[in-house]
Ligand binder design. Structure first.
Ligand code: NAD
Length: 302
């Protein structure tokens, strides 16, 4: 591999998260060649020195490392197995890090296929959302070979502050899905508490402050609580993406049978939000489901 400042990163997927991560890599001094299937998706990155290219081979062929940040398993399948994909165009540095949240089983399958052409694949999903991506403070959970983790480290450090190697291929995705399970159930718990308190005429803002000082405190109550109380649906981590993650959790629990009754229940609440066309809202807007269930509304939607 080249030294850090001249190393080439092939970056695939310039959405809400990927565009910030690609920018941070360029600002850390790496040469970044980026591709997104949506034309123009990366245009705002050009002033930061990111080279926007027209197809996957142009992004990956000369890369020391390829990084992807794509919606779901089918898109990662596509950039690995498709006619332009990594199996047909193995990157020069033989290292591929998928930072999307996808199925652990698919990750293992793709990792084995890539190993057959000499490419090491790591799964490295993230937590921290668009703000963490923008500030390069993501938490990154990495599965795969230790040698690959060591080689990827300088690149991951340009995007996150907490890097953990959590096991073999697929382990990063499994830990991420456990993270999502806890987040989803926690949001649901906050929705229930806010709905009950609202029905009893409690000052919700004051209740949030009180609870943050006690054993019910959580990242969700702290960071999303105000938006929930104020009825602010503006996107952060989208309801559609959380529903995708809860589906992956439930599929994983079928593969190695583990009853997850709370996750299954929370998934139906997310489906309710999607059924009302609220999939593009941020997670905090799951509380709108309770507006419907209780016939009451938050201040902003009154
Ligand atoms: P996004 O939908 O905003 O971006 C995905 C991008 O991938 C889009 O720009 C899309 O055009 C592009 N794309 C799709 N198929 C492609 C292909 N074949 N080749 C190249 N580009 C392709 O999604 P996001 O919010 O950036 O999330 C990306 C991943 O990160 C998801 O797996 C998500 O679950 C995970 N994640 C998101 C957040 C968040 O807060 N948004 C937080 C943590 C993890």
């Amino acid at each position: 591999m080249n030294n850090q400042t001249s190393a080439v990163v092939g970056f695939l997927g310039l959405g809400v998260m990927g565009r910030e991560m690609a920018r941070n890599l360029a600002q850390a001094g790496f040469t970044v060649r980026a591709f997104d299937i949506v034309p123009g998706a990366g245009d705002a990155l050009r002033p930061f020195g990111v080279e926007i290219v027209d197809d996957i081979p142009a992004a990956v062929s000369d890369a020391d490392i390829v990084i992807s940040m794509l919606p779901d398993t089918p898109q990662v399948d596509d950039i690995v197995q498709g006619p332009d994909g990594l199996l047909a165009n193995p990157p020069r540095g033989k290292l591929y890090v998928d930072m999307s949240t996808i199925a652990p089983e698919a990750t293992r399958r793709l990792s084995q296929q890539l190993a057959a052409v000499g490419v090491t694949m790591l799964d490295a999903p993230v937590s921290g959302g668009p703000v963490g991506a923008k500030n390069a403070t993501l938490t990154i959970m990495v599965g795969g070979e230790a040698d690959g983790f060591a080689r990827a480290n300088p690149f991951l450090r340009a995007m996150g502050t907490t890097l953990n190697h959590v096991g073999a291929s697929g382990a990063g995705q499994t830990v991420k899905l456990c993270n999502q399970l806890i987040c989803g159930i926690n949001i649901q718990a906050i929705c229930e508490a806010l709905a009950l308190a609202r029905a009893w005429g409690i000052d919700l803002a004051q209740m949030r402050e009180v609870l943050l000082g006690g054993s019910a405190a959580s990242w969700m109550l702290d960071k999303l609580g105000v938006a929930m109380i104020e009825g602010d649906a503006s996107a952060g981590f989208r309801i559609d993406l959380m529903m995708k993650d809860l589906r992956l959790v439930l599929e994983a629990a079928q593969k190695h049978p583990v009853p997850l009754p709370a996750t299954a229940l929370v998934a139906t609440q997310y489906q309710n939000a999607q059924a009302y066309g609220e999939g593009a809202n941020g997670n905090q807007a799951l509380f709108k489901v309770y507006d419907r269930l209780t016939g009451q509304q938050t201040a902003a939607t009154n």
